[in-house]
Ligand binder design. Sequence first.
Ligand code: SF4
Ligand code: SF4
Length: 138
Amino acid sequence: MNISNKTEIAREIKDTFDLVSPFIEKHTSLICPDCKKVCCADKHGRYDSDDLSFLKTLEVDVSQQKSGCNETGQCRYITDTGCSLQRWMRPFRCTSFFCNPLLKSLENDNAKLYDAFNEYYQHLLVLRQRFTDEKLPS
Ligand code: SF4
Ligand code: SF4
């Protein structure tokens, strides 16, 4: 793969999130409804500068972010039916968190599916690092 600029990397990140998301959601739908300590605190739903750069590169307007939320209170993006954001639009610190029960559930799925997920997820981490390191404007 020859990814040479921020726009191409950002598109690849989005596409890779779209690939891994159904597998993750299959397991969050199994595990999260019984969770006693939901991890969606507002501090996890806040974009850092790399998130903002990523979203801006894909022309996503995040200027409407709510302010004034308590960092330990409910995330600004939570709704009665879960997160209101598609996975690729969530802060990276949020999408990189897997609690132990969720990790176990992912690992206990079909080995080939889990291996494929793991491969794509590692690819995602490499892409995110490349995006962060890429200095040239798109
Ligand atoms: S990911 Fe883990 S900690 Fe977060 S809501 Fe689901 S079960 Fe709870
Ligand atoms: S962005 Fe979504 S998944 Fe992440 S902490 Fe907020 S509500 Fe939860």
